[in-house]
Design a protein around this ligand. Structure first.
Ligand code: PAF
Length: 280
């Protein structure tokens, strides 16, 4: 497995692969890898000749600098896991390599990037589009593997791919959950064992809400009330939205696919956890 820090080196390696007619899969990450990332990498390895995993803690997508500071950094362990998964190339550039100049580009794809995380974390999706568009340009992948855990992120990136005309396929991959049902996330390592156990209630309650036979507004209230009733959890938002546009729906008939997206504060620090559930 090659570990590359420079864009020019990545591009010349991939040029060699292309000359041999090899397909390229890209798994963009910010490191602190877990089984969820490993599942994306294994899928890419199975479907492409070469898998590139980028590890870059992208500062432009953090509107909260404290969040960036405490984000776990585990490059050595990450590389070990990637080697086991069969990745061929790790691209781990410095901030200066990616942003020699401040990136002033603006991306705007409402409502996908203006609701939910977009409203709570101004500038977040702009930063995601900045880094992801650069990674797509440097790598020119055939397929890009993204975890559905960040459901909204996939919707925004799909719009950007259409807008900028990238010739690649986005492959959304299912959420990988701990045995308790808690969605795997790099942020879970910031939770204590007790908080982790409490956090498992998020998915439990959302799953229950699928069996209520209730309308959208009752379902919404059920989830919010039942999660807020648990000590140590506080819902920031729960939105029941069209699974493609992310516009809120008023009834189950309003869209072909309907998804509930949630963000919950957990514990005293507190840690922000996101998850979603598909209703149809
Ligand atoms: O989902 C993430 O880890 C990041 O938002 C991504 C896509 C790697 C861009 O920095």
């Amino acid at each position: 497995m090659l570990i590359i820090h420079r864009i020019s080196e990545l591009q010349s390696q991939l040029q060699n692969e292309r000359r041999k007619g090899h397909s390229v899969g890209l798994v963009p990450t910010m490191g602190a890898l877990h089984e969820g990332h490993a599942s994306l990498v294994r899928r890419s390895v199975g479907e492409n000749d070469v898998t590139v995993v980028s590890i870059f803690l992208n500062p432009t997508q953090f509107n909260d600098k404290k969040d960036l500071e405490r984000y776990p950094r585990t490059l050595e362990a990450d590389c070990k896991l990637l080697e086991q998964c069969g990745a061929q190339i790790v691209f781990a550039p410095s901030v200066e390599e990616i942003y020699p100049e401040p990136d002033t580009r603006k991306f705007s794809y409402p409502p996908t990037d203006s609701v939910m995380e977009g409203a709570m974390r101004p500038g977040h999706f702009n930063g995601v589009c900045q880094i992801v568009s650069k990674l797509f340009s440097f790598t020119n992948p055939d397929k890009v593997y993204l975890g559905e855990k960040d459901y909204q992120q996939i919707a925004v990136i799909k719009r950007m791919v259409e807008d900028l005309g990238f010739k690649l396929t986005i492959v959304p991959c299912p959420v990988i959950r701990e045995e308790s049902g808690l969605a795997m996330s790099s942020r879970n390592t910031l939770l204590t064992d007790a908080e982790r156990a409490i956090a498992a209630n998020i998915y439990r309650v959302m799953k229950e809400s699928r069996n209520l036979n209730a309308n959208v507004s009752e379902t919404h209230d059920y989830v919010v009330e039942n999660i807020n009733a648990i000590d140590g959890l506080e819902v920031q938002y729960f939105s029941i939205v069209d699974g493609d546009t992310l516009a809120e729906v008023g009834s189950w008939q309003d869209a072909e696919s309907v998804v509930g997206c949630i963000t919950v504060f957990c514990g005293s620090k507190p840690i922000r956890l996101i998850d979603h559930i598909r209703y149809k």
